[in-house]
Design a protein around this ligand. Structure first.
Ligand code: BG6
Length: 462
């Protein structure tokens, strides 16, 4: 029986409204939980009715559970995350819910700014809302931290220290919703269950790798949050470096949680920032919540290297931006050229493997073949795609993450050391004071990104 109390700190925020509440609703609707109560906590003076209504536009499933029923399981407590008295009140509310509904498992979700992670964790422990336990203990109590986890390596380290003081790592889930995406989950499977890739997966055969995460949306009301972070901290530190870790890690002993996390942590330690350029779209400074003279980047084109035997000499280019022409997420792996044995036309393109996460989830490989009807002409063809995996959208990714947390599976949550190594890469880029260029909305980013590529002698795949 899946019975649990979901406690969301930051329930009036954007993430809860757009992703968490819709995912919980879907979980209930799909009968993944049998008995549940949601306790929302936020700063605002609001009501359950208002919170639930605000999430309604983001729920796209066919409802069999009436929305009103869902709302009946919902409690709201207004609280200041820094006020201990409010945690005392929260403890009383939870005790009362436990008795009234006879539910004792707790999933506590910190969907608030990372600056509150430490004080909240300490208060939750102090008031006995969460306590140290191993994974097998029942009733269970698990605590989830949304990204960004800190704002640099030292703040992340401090949060990890607060957690370690009172909790066991096995009950801690640091979220990166990209890890729950169908295609991302498939990277390790593709690499380690197919004989044909692993022998080529190194600097002898791979020329370069590009990870591209383009978004067409602008701030959409998130300016206040985004302006404190920017692209490097919002998506490179987490989603992009996690994808890079899965592409570059050594083979884990088993393709499961701890083993994969061990290998990702090891390889992230070898990632080194090289150089890059940043961009900001025209009009960003007029977005609500953004400082009038903001120098926060909404675009980044970067190079990192992985300093180990397997990857030495292979450049990894990362490109991401907001308000671009398309939403697309791609990992492009370009192999080296073969020595040409043909007398006349030699292939102009090397093989490449493309893992596409969005708009659809596909793998494809481009190979060279003989041009039909010609003897010595070569043309590249796309081995269309392995198969369309129809990856779930973000909302479904959150639903999947909830299911995994309920099962106690940490495969898709990030360990303390991975997070700190990834922050180190971002801290180094920040210290470099990379140049910031303006770009027009709806384009592919600043034109300097093309110049950057040509100086480095490559072309962006997109
Ligand atoms: C989030 C970032 O983590 O990921 C957002 O905070 C970004 O700024 C989002 O838009 C992208 O996720 P997805 O699943 O829509 O590609």
């Amino acid at each position: 029986m899946n019975e649990l109390i979901f406690i969301i700190l930051g329930v009036t925020g954007d993430l809860a409204r757009r992703k968490l509440i819709p995912a919980l609703y879907k979980l209930v609707n799909d009968k993944q939980v049998d008995n549940y109560v949601i306790v929302g906590i936020g700063l605002e003076n609001t009501s359950v009715e208002q919170i639930v209504q605000a999430s309604k536009p983001y729920i796209d499933s066919v409802a069999t559970v009436p929305f009103n029923n869902f709302a009946k399981h919902f409690f709201y407590q207004q609280a200041d995350f820094l006020n201990k008295d409010d945690f005392h009140t929260l403890k009383q509310l939870i005790d009362q819910i436990e008795q009234q509904f006879d539910i004792h498992n707790k999933l506590i979700y910190l969907a608030c700014h990372a600056q509150f992670f430490c004080p909240i964790t300490t208060s939750l422990i102090e008031f006995g809302i969460v306590h140290n336990q191993s994974l097998s203990q029942e009733p269970w109590c698990r605590i989830v931290y949304e990204k960004p986890f800190g704002s640099d390596r030292s703040t992340a380290h401090e949060i990890n220290r607060c957690i370690k003081e009172g909790l066991d790592e096995s009950q801690v889930f640091r979220i990166d919703h990209y890890l729950a995406k169908e295609l991302v989950g498939n990277i390790a499977i593709l690499r380690f269950t197919n004989r044909i890739f692993e022998p080529l997966w190194n600097n002898h055969h791979i020329d370069q790798v590009q990870i591209i995460l383009s978004e067409d949306i602008d701030m959409q009301g998130r300016g206040l949050f985004y302006d404190q972070y920017g692209a490097l901290k919002d998506v490179v530190q987490n989603h992009m470096l996690q994808m890079l870790a899965l592409i570059t890690m050594e083979a884990p002993m088993k393709l499961s949680g701890t083993y994969i996390r061990d290998e990702k942590a090891k390889v992230l330690q070898c990632v080194q920032a090289v150089d890059g350029i940043l961009g900001q779209y025209e009009g960003y400074r007029n977005e609500k919540g953004v400082q009038a003279n903001s120098t926060t980047e909404t675009f980044a084109a970067l190079q990192v290297v992985v300093n180990n035997m397997r990857w030495s000499g292979v450049p990894f280019y990362l490109k991401t931006g907001k308000a671009l022409s398309t939403k697309e997420t791609i990992i492009y792996i370009r192999f080296k050229m073969v020595d040409c044995l043909l007398a006349k036309a030699c292939p102009s393109e090397p093989n490449h493997l493309i893992m596409r996460l969005y708009p659809n989830s596909t793998f494809s490989i481009e190979i060279n073949v003989k041009k039909p009807g010609e003897f010595d002409q070569v043309v590249p063809i796309d081995l269309a795609f392995a198969r369309d995996l129809y990856g779930p959208a973000t909302q479904a990714a959150y639903e999947l993450l909830f299911q995994e947390i309920i099962k106690g599976d940490q495969s898709n949550s990030v360990r303390f050391d991975e997070i700190e190594h990834a922050w180190q890469v971002i801290d180094t880029f920040k210290q470099m004071k990379l140049p910031l260029y303006e770009y027009k909305k709806g384009t592919t980013g600043p034109e300097q990104a093309e110049e950057y590529a040509s100086v480095h002698n490559f072309r962006w795949y997109r």
